[in-house]
Design a protein around this ligand. Structure first.
Ligand code: DC
Length: 224
């Protein structure tokens, strides 16, 4: 049986954490589509391919191999056989991934790959356009949101816990800037699907959000 749960929403809404925990509770496969764009970005930077060099981008997409493997409960990403799980989270990738994810042939290719990865499986997939573009017929669609202030607050706390010094106002500015770019983008703008369930996590903790998502999925599974 194929059963697809799409979790979309803005940066910093907690999609990664929630998706991981829900997938563990329900035994679903968790696919982090942002990480896939990060892998392509790493390959583009390593091969020195310009973002408007469609010919070489197409060649790269024809050759690239992205694999997702689970080891000791951790999701590992492999790019052409090499473990790049840590590398795709570096500053250099953070600074370039948004631009790469807006290149139309890359989006087309990644969407196709995401559809293939889900065939015959129970999958929870997080991203920006899963319910609107990749799986318009997903069994469950959730748009996970939180106010920019709360998302900045969470990021600030995460940094503090990780020993990274940061400035709340700067983080907030950055989040607002990313929201604006994501929502007004010409290619796959961030938008809630008409039939998605809107879930505002501003005043909820992680366990409460996980519980709500699990209950929505179970309800839908019962009716399938
Ligand atoms: O969720 P993340 O920060 O790992 O996402 C990395 C980038 O990829 C971010 O700029 C948004 C983009 N993205 C996208 O355009 N579509 C998706 N389905 C997932 C991520």
């Amino acid at each position: 049986m194929t059963f697809i749960v799409a979790i979309d929403g803005p940066a910093g809404a907690g999609k990664g954490t929630i998706t991981k925990q829900v997938s563990e509770k329900l035994g679903f496969i968790n696919i982090d589509t942002g990480a896939m764009y990060r892998c392509v970005t790493l390959e583009m930077l390593e091969k020195n391919i310009d973002f408007d060099d469609n010919e070489n981008i197409e060649k790269l997409l024809g050759e690239i191999k992205i694999d997702l493997k689970k080891k000791n409960g951790k999701d590992l990403f492999f790019l052409n056989g090499r473990d790049v799980t840590t590398e795709i989270r570096t500053k250099k990738i953070n600074e370039n991934v948004s631009q790469v994810s807006h290149i139309p042939i890359i989006r087309q290719n990644m969407s196709g790959l995401q559809r293939k990865m889900a065939i015959g499986k129970e999958v929870i997939m997080e991203g920006r356009d899963i319910g609107t573009n990749v799986f318009p017929d997903a069994d469950v669609k959730i748009y996970l949101d939180a106010t920019p202030e709360e998302r900045a607050n969470r990021r600030y706390k995460q940094n503090k816990e990780a020993g990274i010094e940061s400035n709340y106002d700067e983080i907030l500015e950055n989040i607002k800037f990313r929201d604006y770019n994501d929502k007004t983008s010409k290619v796959a703008p961030l938008k809630m699907a008409d039939d998605a369930i809107y879930l505002d996590s501003t005043n909820l903790n992680i366990d409460e959000v996980v519980e709500k998502v699990v209950s929505i999925i179970k309800d839908r599974l019962d009716r399938k």
